[in-house]
Design a protein around this ligand. Structure first.
Ligand code: GAR
Length: 187
């Protein structure tokens, strides 16, 4: 595919989803190319993947969210980026940012949305004695974790499941679901 969609990935932490998107994007038939990685956390381990795969990256503090979003929009516009993927990104983007960017933004969340929006997902799922959990890739709208669902994957919760084991189990599925969802967005 010649005309890959110029994409920016936003991260705040380990970047394991970023890694899976980078790996998929190296396939010539994958619809996007990552042209920029933005982190709001200078210590995010995910930045190492930017370095390893020689992808441009930027750190912008999100302490002042208005300034953060201004910085991001400047870089995104400069690089003619047309698609944003949020991958473990812990800032809620404002309505103004979403409207100004004006193109598709997608996010991954570690639950079967619309259940368990927000933080501490796995703990809340276990406390509610759910039989299943999973992960969801969805479009980003101003309402938290509420945009249209692209794809979802369900996992079974074992009797002896812990927050950590559930997190690991779901992350393994996330790494497959995110690239599949990107393909599905541009099919
Ligand atoms: C993932 O489990 C992702 O679903 C979650 O953060 C983790 C990031 O892992 N995202 C959210 O909770 C967003 N509400 P990663 O940095 O290794 O990709």
């Amino acid at each position: 595919m010649v005309n890959k969609i110029k994409t920016c990935v936003f991260i705040s932490g380990n970047g394991s989803n970023l890694k899976s998107i980078i790996k998929s994007s190296r396939d010539c038939s994958f619809p996007i190319r990552i042209e920029l990685i933005i982190s709001n956390n200078i210590k995010a381990k995910g930045i190492n993947f930017a370095k390893k795969f020689s992808i441009p990256y930027k750190f912008f503090s999100s302490k002042n969210k208005i300034q953060f979003e201004r910085n991001c929009l400047f870089e995104i516009k400069k690089r003619k980026i047309k698609f944003l993927c949020l991958a473990g990104f812990k800032v809620i983007l404002s309505k103004n940012f979403i409207r100004t960017f004006g193109q598709k933004i997608i996010n991954i969340h570690p639950s079967l949305l619309p259940k368990y929006k927000g933080l501490n997902t796995h703990r809340r799922v276990l406390e509610s004695n759910e039989k299943y959990s999973g992960c969801t890739v969805h479009f980003v709208t101003p309402a938290l974790d509420s945009g249209k669902i692209i794809l979802q994957k369900k996992v079974l919760i074992n009797n002896n499941e812990t927050e950590n084991s559930l997190k690991k189990k779901i992350l393994m599925q996330e790494h497959k679901l995110y690239p599949q969802s990107i393909i599905s967005v541009f099919r």
